[in-house]
Design a protein around this ligand. Structure first.
Ligand code: UDP
Length: 232
């Protein structure tokens, strides 16, 4: 169905909700989910957050810009870790970033990214947007547009977009489909307004799904109904 997708993973997929660091079971599950998608034959770009390490907003004693830079470095740690575990199971994988010249990280270069995809590599974008004051949701929207993705998948801990928090409100209503405009107008917190705005401008659809549901990522890539579908 899709040839190229960008998957946005929260750092928490590494450790489980509300935990820190890297949990072996979670990491194995993550590898299985990504392997299913890669084996299906689609080009996969990944933006990973740093919720399992540091989010800027948690470091309240520090200036915001400094705390965010620490958060961005967290995404680099996760990207390198992810690359390592994907390579261990034989998947081809490259980490690209504008904020790091570590020996295992390559610069973001559009022509090269196409070459990586053509050669069957998973491309992990580390370091967010490279700017403080943003989140990895916005980075995901930006990188998705840059790499020519046809779909942005936000893999999160709820199975879609609701009109209120389904964990607090039993009557919360799930949207199967909605538009960016509705998402922004209703103030839905599933993604940043900046991310919606970039996707809206470049007509990039988003699927929001529960990462912890086995096979959900693959279903989204196949174009099967899963989670919530947000369209222009
Ligand atoms: N961050 C940033 N600029 C970006 C992306 C991320 O400053 O373009 C920082 C910000 O502090 C953020 C942290 O990196 O809190 C980790 O990203 P995020 O909160 O999106 O991670 P997630 O919640 O997806 O795990």
């Amino acid at each position: 169905m899709y040839k190229r997708v960008l998957i946005k993973l929260s750092g928490e997929v590494m450790c489980g909700e509300g935990e820190r660091g890297f949990d072996r079971k979670n990491v194995e599950f993550l590898v299985r989910q990504l392997a299913q998608v890669v084996e299906y034959g689609v080009n996969v770009g990944i933006v990973i957050g740093a919720g399992n390490i540091f989010r800027g907003e948690e470091l309240i004693d520090l200036p915001h810009s400094l705390a965010d830079q620490i958060g961005m470095l967290g995404t680099v740690i996760n990207a390198l870790y992810l690359k390592g575990i994907l390579q261990r199971v034989g998947m081809k994988c490259v980490v690209v970033s504008q904020i790091s010249s570590l020996p295992s990280i390559r610069p973001i270069h559009y022509d090269d990214i196409n070459l990586y995809f053509d050669a069957g590599y998973v491309v992990i974008f580390a370091g967010g947007t490279s700017n403080p004051f943003f989140t990895t949701d916005t980075a995901a929207a930006l990188r998705a547009v840059e790499m020519g993705a046809e779909l942005l998948i936000k893999a999160t801990k709820v199975d879609g977009v609701y009109d209120s928090d389904p964990r607090k409100n039993r009557d919360a209503k799930k949207f199967e489909r909605l538009s960016y405009r509705d998402a922004i107008k209703l103030g839905l917190k599933v993604m940043d307004t900046e991310a919606f705005s970039i996707c809206g401008r470049y007509k990039l659809p988003i699927v929001v799904l529960n990462f912890f549901e086995d096979g959900a990522l693959l279903r989204a890539v196949k174009g099967e109904p899963v989670g919530s579908y947000i369209s222009p």
